[in-house]
Each structure stands twice: as C-alpha cells, then as structure tokens.
Design a protein around this ligand. Structure first.
Ligand SMILES: [Zn+2]
Length: 221
C-alpha cells in the first residue's frame, strides 16, 4: 500500500519523488483525456544568488540532491530555517536553480504556525506576501514580502494542452481521484514545452483529499 501523504511530512520541502516505474504507470497518455498525475509540493524556498551568497558564502553554488519532475528543477542539499516573531520552521528545502527573487512557499498550516497571514499566489507573484527571516547554519537574510501559499496548478506541454483542449493560464476544475474526493476550482493551467505533465498541490490540499502517491486528477472544463 502506498504511504499516505502525511507520512511524507518528514520529507519537508520535497516534491514527492517518483520512480521511473511509478511515472510510467501514473502518467496517462494524452489520448486518455482528463487524467493528470498529481504531485505534492511541501514547503520550500527559492533563493536569489544574492541570498545564496549571504547564506552560504559568496559565490556558493546550490548543490543538486535530486531532480524534480519539471525539467531543470532540483532539490538542493542546502536546508534553511524560517523564523518570524511568532515561530520557526527548521529544515526547510531549498529548490534550485536560483531565481530573480526569493520566494517562500508554505501551506496555510505552516503560515499559521509562523503567525503569518499570506495570500494564495501563482509562483513568481509575491504581491502581499508575508515577511520572514531565512537562516542557514552560517548567516541569515531578511526576506520581506516573500511568503506565499502557492496556487495549485497544472504544468503541461503544448501537445498536452492540445490534447486536453486547454490554453496557457486557463482556469479549470480538477476532481481528485482519491478515497476522499475533492474537486479543486480555479486551477491554473501553465503551458510550456519546458514542462512535463503534472498537477501540483500543497500538503493541506493533499490531506484534504486523502491523497496517496499515484493518485490522479481528472480535468473538468
Ligand atoms: Zn509546479
């Protein structure tokens, strides 16, 4: 039996790993419309090179630990601690490569524990984001306005988009094929040939629908 999503809470910040066999069994071909592999993104941080320099030493390069499902994205060996006036979260994953702005993606449960009221935003849009301090073993940086709850979304290629009959930035509904089915509304489709087909939800969403590794979502227009 697959481990339930909550069993992976210790793997903070990791997008759930998939073996080759799992990928092959869970990714439906576009000729089976509507079925989408789903991955759970735990809390994580994207850093600028400037913040990497400040936290880990000038010129430090993030160290890839494992590739993620989206081409070019990787989980890093580096870990950080998030601190606010109300709480802290240790051992938070860093995802690479570096970005133009530092962004912290939490679940609402995490944000509440840090005393933060944060908005749901698409990655890259941190308007109204919460403030946090990011610590490494060596140093710290302030990351004002960097904390968001990531809006759930589907990555897909142009070919997938054609097969599903959707466009970039389109809002769709996705029914989770789980033991406690939930239909997510206003799920944003993101189309690029740099992507591979996957829906990303956070831990609160995964637990809400009793998600287990390998469960899929059905796209409802
Ligand atoms: Zn994603």
């Amino acid at each position: 039996m697959d481990a339930p999503a909550w069993a992976n809470v210790k793997m903070q910040g990791e997008v759930q790993p998939k073996s080759q066999a799992e990928q092959e069994s869970s990714i439906e071909s576009p000729s089976q419309p509507g079925k989408i592999p789903v991955e759970v993104s735990a809390r994580h941080v994207h850093l600028t090179q400037k913040d990497v320099d400040a936290l880990f030493g000038i010129g430090h390069q993030l160290t890839p630990k494992r590739e993620l499902s989206q081409p070019g994205q990787f989980l890093c060996e580096e870990r950080v601690t998030l601190i606010t006036g109300k709480g802290e979260i240790k051992n938070v994953a860093v995802l690479g490569p570096v970005r133009k702005s530092t962004q912290v993606e939490l679940s609402f449960t995490d944000a509440r524990g840090l005393g933060l009221a944060v908005p749901v935003r698409q990655s890259g849009d941190t308007e109204g984001g919460g403030d946090v301090y990011i610590f490494s073993d060596k140093d710290m940086v302030r990351a004002p306005g960097s904390v968001i709850v990531a809006k759930n979304h589907i990555h897909m290629t142009c070919k997938d988009a054609q097969a599903f009959g959707v466009k970039d930035n389109q809002s769709v509904r996705v029914k989770m094929n789980t033991s406690r089915p939930v239909t997510f509304e206003d799920v944003i489709v993101r189309v690029s040939d740099q992507f591979s087909l996957a829906m990303h939800i956070d831990f609160d969403e995964a637990n809400a629908c009793a998600f287990q590794t390998g469960n899929t979502g059905s796209l409802l227009l």
